[in-house]
Structure formats: structure tokens, C-alpha cells
Design a protein. Structure first.
Length: 266
């Protein structure tokens, strides 16, 4: 009489200490840092392995990202990083101009000395990162300047909206960076270091905000500078060319090792 086979063990559900919010933030960071390019396939199994969680949890995060237009979900095709159209790109910059005009006005009316210092420190961190070639940090600080300003302006609705717009802006920059700004080395993916924001423009804006906070005028100037700043970013893009490339999702989601940065010159 044959010996009955033992039932195969049921594989344990992946376990992770990461919350859904933390997974969401990690994916957003990878997009903002330009480690995940537009069009990159986001396979649930691979993402589950990368984060140590079930496909069900990954699916919920992807649905949230799709609602924010950062990810595209298609029946029978799955999820991929969104590829903004030219019309969508222009709408994002138009929305940012409206939102950030209000945020600049509110910041100028209520900013404290610590808020101005926070913006100044962010600019210094971006400049230091550029000097040392830390592209990821430079990009992050470039966007962070706008988010810190929004936080200090204390307009919760617009601040949340701006977070989504900044994520979409990163996708736009990757999709429509002029070809001459791309560099391919050793068969690696294009190193898309888009100088999304110019440090000198941030410094000019900070000077106007500092003057406004001291009651010396400057609010109108700050609004003008912010509007011009966003227009410069949009004007630097090439809307008749877009390029995407395959990406190893697991590698892109790996936390980059912190790089030592040289202290900014004073």
C-alpha cells in the first residue's frame, strides 16, 4: 500500500513592518528622485517582493497612486508609471502657478524667522548636493523648497494638492527633458539630471519673501518671481520629444545609500 503523500506546506504570507503609507511614500520618492521612469511597468509580484508584502496591499497602494495620476492602471495590462501628455503637462504648470501664487502670498503674510531659515537651509543643501554631484539629493531639495514653503503657508488643502503636482512635475521633467540634457554612459539608463529649479531663482524668491515678512514690501515681487520661475521650468522642456526606458523596479526601489556631502562654503 503506497505511503500517502504529505500535503505541501502553504507558503506564508509575506510579512513586513512597512505600512501602506510607507510603501506609498517609497514609491513617490522613487518617482520624484527619477529612479522610476515614465512607462515603467509596476508588476504587483515584484513590488510585493521588494516591500515584503502581499499583492493585495500593493494593489491598494497602486489604486491610490492612480487616483493621483502618478500611476496608470489598465485592464489586462496592469500598472505602470504615468506618461503625461503635453496637454496634461501644461495643465500641471498652470495649476502650480495658481496654487503657488496663493501659497507665496500666505507665506509672506505669516512667515516666521525659522521658516525663512528652513528655506535658506534647503537652498544650501541643494547647492551642496550639486557641487558634490549628488543628483538625487539635488533633485529632492529642489522640489522640497516648494513643499516647505507650502507647509509654512499653512494652507492644508493647497499644500496637499502641491505634493501631488510636484510628483507629476517630476514625471513631466523626465518625459520632456531636451535630448541634449541626457547622458548615456556604459550602456546604463539615461542619467536624467533635470535642473528643475535654479538655485539662484530660489535665492531671489527667498530675498523677496524675507523683505515681505519684515514689512518692507516684496509680496508682489515674490509672486512675480514664483510665476517666472515656474514659467522658466516649463519653457526649458521639449514637448515634441519624449523618451522612456526599461527599469529594474526592485533595484529602483532600493534605498540609495546616503552620500557624504561637503559642507557648503560660507
Amino acid at each position: 500500500m503506497p505511503t500517502p503523500r504529505s500535503p505541501k506546506p502553504i507558503p506564508a504570507e509575506p510579512t513586513s513592518t512597512l505600512s501602506d503609507e510607507e510603501i506609498y511614500q517609497r514609491l513617490i520618492e522613487a518617482i520624484v528622485d527619477q529612479r522610476l521612469l515614465p512607462g515603467t511597468k509596476l508588476v504587483e509580484d515584484k513590488l510585493g517582493q521588494a516591500f515584503g508584502v502581499s499583492r493585495t496591499r500593493i494593489r491598494q497602494v497602486l489604486i491610490r497612486l492612480a487616483q493621483e495620476q502618478v500611476v496608470t492602471l489598465q485592464p489586462n495590462k496592469g500598472a505602470s508609471v504615468a506618461e503625461p501628455t503635453v496637454e496634461e503637462a501644461r495643465e500641471v504648470f498652470e495649476a502650480r502657478a495658481v496654487v503657488e501664487t496663493v501659497l507665496v502670498q500666505r507665506f509672506a503674510a505669516r512667515a516666521k524667522a525659522r521658516d525663512l531659515k528652513t528655506l535658506a537651509d534647503c537652498i544650501e543643501a541643494e547647492e551642496a548636493a550639486r557641487q558634490t554631484g549628488d543628483k538625487t539629493m539635488a533633485l529632492r531639495m529642489s522640489g522640497q523648497f516648494h513643499l516647505l514653503l507650502a507647509e509654512a503657508a499653512a494652507h492644508q488643502t493647497f499644500a496637499r494638492f502641491l505634493h501631488k503636482l510636484v510628483s507629476r512635475t517630476s514625471l513631466i521633467l523626465m518625459s520632456y527633458t531636451p535630448v541634449e540634457h541626457l547622458r548615456v554612459a556604459g550602456g546604463q539608463l539615461p542619467q536624467r539630471w533635470v535642473q528643475a529649479c535654479r538655485c539662484e531663482e530660489h535665492r531671489g524668491l527667498l530675498t523677496a519673501l524675507r523683505s515681505a515678512s519684515q514689512g518692507k514690501g516684496g509680496t508682489d515681487e515674490a509672486v512675480r518671481l514664483m510665476t517666472e520661475h515656474l514659467a522658466h521650468i516649463e519653457a526649458s522642456l521639449c514637448f515634441n520629444q519624449a523618451e522612456t526606458a526599461g527599469v529594474d523596479v526592485v533595484q529602483a526601489l532600493a534605498k540609495p545609500a546616503p552620500r557624504r556631502r561637503r559642507a557648503p562654503a560660507r
